[in-house]
Design a protein around this ligand. Sequence first.
Ligand code: DP6
Length: 362
Amino acid sequence: MNNKSFVFKTIESSLEKGKITWESPSNIALVKYWGKKENQIPANPSISFTLSNCKTTTTLHYTKLEVPSKEYQFSVFLEGEQKDDFKPKINTFFKRIEQYVPFIKEYAYKIETSNSFPHSSGIASSASGMSALALCIMSMEKELNPNLTQEEFIKKASFLARLGSGSACRSLEGDLVCWGAHKEITGSSDLFGVKYPFEVHSNFKNYQDTILLVDKGEKQVSSTVGHNLMHNHPYADNRFNQAHDNLSKLIHVFKSGDLKAFIEIVESEALTLHAMMMTSLPYFILMKPNTLEIINKIWAFRQQTGLHLCFTLDAGANVHLLYPEVEKEEVLAFINSELVGYCQNEHYICDTVGFGAQLIKD
Ligand code: DP6
């Protein structure tokens, strides 16, 4: 498949005015996407667990214009409050997708969005937000062309979501989604995310993700800036090769259920992501002292108990704790006794691996 496969073809029916609501989750990468080429093409393949509790709900209200507009006509509301500062990102998104969904210029929109997690929690909402919006637009396309199959719908929604935010293309389905061409993963593509196609051991079913909110502030480095740091980065080529290798290793780990090997790959990926930021120019340290305290506590806990708690990090200071469902009780007791003190206002969020976005019927 190439970009051309995603160009909107026929209008079969008319569409005047209406609204569509989609709920879409966040995801947490195990092998990280860090570095991209033009047009939101990832520099390496990545894989993530789809989450279930951390999600965005977006309602897209649309009204057909008398004459198609030159500029995109829309207003955005977050939790009922008008958010003009969200407009540039959405405008860029519309610009990138217009060639694939040219009907978007024929409507005016009101976009109402809300997140299940607190806005200022330092949890990125771009994956859940952009995937929810892409799905709303695809629902319009489906109204215009009812012949679109479910498979085409999801693939194109992921393709569009990617153009809004790379990681968003991994949020539509679950429980494991890969994005980026990888020689051993059937159907994998740089253009959209696909459900992980191979066997997954029961150890990974309902995997838990507890997010420790170490720093709820604005991101210190935006992902756009971050990805750009990988251009001319001295370790970039090795890093991209390593991501391919880690994904190959994970195929065996998912099949065998080897939690020790899983932990090694996931923690190494998180630290490598941060190592890339520390060794770029300009350089950044995105962990906070409490991030390191938590990591050391996790390692000591694992040593003492033999349990399979591990961590991963995004491009910030918050820590995602990943562990099997059967170890939930012990891990939550440990979090409450030893780790909450390192969180801002003792705040953490419990999440579980989930199965993707949902259309919300009125
Ligand atoms: C560290 O998807 O936010 O979370 O494509 O520029 O929107 P853009 O980047 P974004 O990058 C996410 C990077 C990451 C790792 C990951 O989710 O794979």
